[in-house]
Design a protein around this ligand. Structure first.
Ligand code: MLT
Length: 250
């Protein structure tokens, strides 16, 4: 039995956004951080959250991992919940960071479809130049530069497909009550994209599970406060009896 940690990235980034977590935790266990289909070096397109969940399950199997703590941030959280529906035998614990279980409302779906149309017509320059509020207002310019470069690297067709996949994602709220592995919910003080209220709403369906609020961070809490995020991951690995990892080394 090989245990592992699966890291599912947010939109419109790729697996490099997990670099601080891979560096910190890969000495302790197998860490699998796949690019979602079409992003980074991955082939295909993310035509649905199910397609991304199946690709992530394949990545775990290819790495020889039988059971994983699945950590998804934002769009990665939508995919983590799809994995729970489709591949739960692989899952020993879940971390849902800066994400939500509810689907988009109609205006939200329409905004995603318009974004997809614009990406296909114009490319991704406008999005890289003016991204959504992925970081807090206090985030250093250098961190923003890295995030913008990460967006610029992604194929416009991949970003467009993922936007449409998110628009079409189902309501995962009924699935929360079926989760019988340890869950940790993470939000952050300054997340305006998926505010903390969404996390507390999920927590009502997961009584007894831990909710952590990361201070001084916006939406991409793992990038803005990597040490705090890594420490929470370590704690969840210990709780799931995955690793006796002790305090953070970074
Ligand atoms: C993300 O960071 O993955 C996105 O903000 C998620 C979303 O747009 O719903």
């Amino acid at each position: 039995m090989t245990n592992g940690l699966l890291l599912l990235h947010g939109f419109p980034l790729d697996s490099r956004s997990w670099d601080p977590q891979v560096a910190s935790l890969s000495p302790l266990l197998t860490v699998v951080a796949p690019d979602m289909p079409g992003f980074g070096k991955a082939a295909g397109l993310m035509t649905s959250v199910d397609v991304a969940a199946d690709a992530a399950a394949d990545a775990l199997r290819a790495a020889g991992v039988d059971r994983a703590i699945v950590c998804g941030l934002s769009m990665g959280g939508y995919v983590a919940l799809a994995m729970w529906r489709r591949h739960r035998a692989l899952i020993a614990g879940i971390v849902l960071a800066n994400t939500k279980s509810t689907p988009d409302d109609e205006p939200g779906k329409e905004r995603r479809r318009q974004l997809a149309t614009r990406l296909r017509a114009e490319g991704n320059g406008f999005l890289a130049a003016s991204p959504p509020p992925l970081l807090s207002e206090a985030a250093p310019a250098g961190l923003w530069d890295g995030v913008k470069a990460d967006i610029a690297r992604q194929a416009p067709a991949a970003i467009a497909a993922a936007a449409e996949a998110m628009a079409d994602r189902p309501d995962s709220t009924p699935d929360l009550a079926t989760i019988d592995v340890p869950v940790m919910l993470i939000t952050s003080e300054h997340d305006t994209l998926i505010p903390a209220a969404e996390t507390w709403a999920m927590a009502k369906h997961l009584p007894g599970e831990r909710v952590a609020v990361i201070k001084d961070a916006g939406h991409l809490s793992n990038l803005e406060q990597p040490q705090a995020f890594n420490q929470l991951l370590r704690e969840h690995l210990v709780r799931g009896r995955f690793a006796d990892v002790g305090p953070a080394q970074d």
